[in-house]
Design a protein around this ligand. Structure first.
Ligand code: AMP
Length: 210
């Protein structure tokens, strides 16, 4: 299956993508994780992306389209994949079409802005493997280290409340129009984000028809 997760930053795309990825045995490709890894490694692309990420702005389309084109050409994507955080603009969605990719489902996780701001303050991420946690709704086993790779958890700089407001505004103006783009193709399903991860997963699996 080829699936896209849409939704505001902090809506739970990454968390749901990780779970669905394991259940369906297909990889999750997150442009945010790839860019943060490049930044941590100090690559040219990572350093160029830094100023956009720090401001809560989008990295230019040609950069992220290049990342996705390269990643989707790898063997592990042959049986399907989940895209988390891509596309985020109409030109990015059109670029996917031009790559000849036929998507099965686009899931948009719907969460109010008020709830998003509340959630972001408790988010913790593993800088090494990209896993995400939340101090209340999805704590790691010891609250400090990643369950998957045992690295120390950190707070993303762009989860600062001021940056979050900018990211939300970018989401509404630039990414949300993608819902119409995919609704017209007949593959969009809306999933209301629930109070628990498990409840949202149940609705997501139902929306995927698996
Ligand atoms: P995320 O982890 O998905 O919230 O992404 C973190 C940041 O990486 C975003 O705020 C953007 O600056 C950048 N980014 C990730 N994916 C994209 C994308 N598809 N297009 C543009 N910028 C992106």
């Amino acid at each position: 299956m080829k699936i896209i997760f849409l939704g505001a930053p902090g809506a739970g795309k990454g968390t749901q993508a990780e779970i669905v990825s394991e259940r369906l045995s297909i990889p999750t490709i997150s442009t945010g994780v790839i860019i943060r890894e490049a930044l941590a490694a100090g690559t040219e692309m990572g350093l160029a992306a830094k100023k956009f990420i720090d401001e809560g702005a989008l990295v230019p389309d040609d950069v992220v389209i290049g990342i996705i084109r390269e990643r989707l050409s790898l063997d592990d994507c042959a049986n399907g994949f989940i895209l988390d955080g891509f596309p985020r603009t109409v030109p990015q969605a059109e670029a996917l079409d031009k790559m000849g990719i036929t998507l099965d489902r686009v899931i948009s996780i719907e969460v109010s802005d008020e709830e998003i701001v509340k959630r972001m303050s408790g988010r913790r991420v593993c800088q090494k493997c990209g896993s995400s946690y939340h101090v209340e709704s999805k704590p790691s086993k010891d609250g400090v280290h990643c369950d998957r790779c045992q690295s120390e958890l950190t707070i993303r700089k762009d989860d600062d409340p001021k940056v979050v407001l900018n990211r939300l505004s970018v989401y509404h103006s630039t990414t949300e129009p993608l819902k119409d783009f995919y609704a017209e193709k007949g593959i969009l399903k809306l999933v209301e984000g629930q109070d628990t991860v498990e409840q949202t997963t149940a609705l997501t699996m139902a929306a995927l028809g698996v």
